[in-house]
Write a protein that binds this ligand. Sequence first.
Ligand code: AMP
Length: 392
Amino acid sequence: MDAIAVINAGSSSIKFAVYDTRSKLLQRMLAGSIRDLGASPRFIANNGAGDVLETKAWEEGASLSHEDAMAFLLETLPALMQGHRVCAVGHRVVHGGERYTSPVRVDADILRELETLIPLAPLHQPHNLALIRTLLETEPGLPQIACFDTAFHHTMSPVERAFALPRDITEHGVRRYGFHGLSYEYIASVMVLRDPALSARVVVLHLGNGASMCAMQGGSSVATTMGFTALDGLPMGTRCGSLDPGVVLYLMAELQMNDRQIQELLYHRSGLLGVSGISSDMRTLEASDAPGAKEAIDLFVHSIKRHLGALAATLGGLDGIVFTAGIGENSALVRERVCRDAAWLGIELDDAANRTGASRITTASSAVSAWIIPTDEEAVIAKHTQRMITDT
Ligand code: AMP
């Protein structure tokens, strides 16, 4: 029993990684995913060096439930693990609510409690928990550690957490939680190795299918753009981002939409997809000449500009920004536009460094530095899991 498995279940994918626990520094020996569960799923597994070990593509139009996908992984992965056996599983769980501000070993009672948070993260939480339930049933003795995306933000001040609502509502836990915390925790742990100045006032931009920004001071969360749910803040692949709550009232009262229809609209049909009418995928939008694609990118970048100003204000100034996740790590266009908009904050882009995807993308004389740092949520989960099983 010398390996830790990490499961990161998204709305339409399951990412996994397996780490060898025999060395003090956890060594990744296997990683991969099953993507596009809803339509023509694809499986890939790589070894620690990134070489492809196995792939599988289901036929056109086929679909897999998260449980089916998990059963496939349980059947397939042992043969790729060169005799290693899993001693614990770490899971990304999106919402830990008010109570869970650090990782926890999940039993049946805790699982039931976490299930009450499903309405707060309907896109992710049910899938995160379904996989934990499957494993609790099939491998009851195997420690399973839940690591929460909300936990990193527990350092936010009461005023940052609060909505201006009456107490009888806020007492139900209606407050800002923030998400993408495992990604932010990883970035916080490595950014000071790039530049010690990043231990001061930094805004990290996690720009992927889900997108948010986090203001950090001394590596701790001070403010973030996501709120009670992962809908708030920036427009995302298919999620709307910040919205006047009056729009929801209008949808209900005038367009007779019910809660299910509004949920579907705001989580699945809005954001880059809704505005462009073409795609939720930034690569497709960047390659398109259609006016809708340009409008969607303009809105995304504009929203980042507004939030960056607000987050810099909460920090009382800015020493650096960090781009991460699919768009942040790969889109030179989005990075360039964000940095140009932020020139007033003291950011001076180094065009060549940005185009080649260098680590630091600002000039040597730039008052505020900008960086690209690839995120690694799985590494954070593996470390927490190892600590939890060694401490208990
Ligand atoms: P993630 O959720 O972190 O996997 O990020 C997914 C997003 O990253 C999608 O919108 C992709 O289109 C975007 N992305 C990935 N690679 C690139 C690229 N080379 N250029 C622009 N966007 C990219």
